[in-house]
Design a protein around this ligand. Sequence first.
Ligand SMILES: [Zn+2]
Length: 75
Amino acid sequence: MKCLTCKNGEPTYGTTTFTADRDGVIVVVRHVPARICNICGEEYFDEDVSARVLQQVKEAAKAGGEVSIKEFAAA
Ligand SMILES: [Zn+2]
């Protein structure tokens, strides 16, 4: 598939770091599988991956603290 943002790149599989600010907690999830555009760097997550990341963010925010750094863990 072509990148939807720059229309020229070819997103390929790799891993990325996902960050979110939820309920005052900065949550960082490392090594999240994603397709990344080789030209503009746009990231595309598969549906099951993004659902899992959001679940991890939710759990981390619930646990509290200011910053929470997680490794991506498949369900
Ligand atoms: Zn692109």
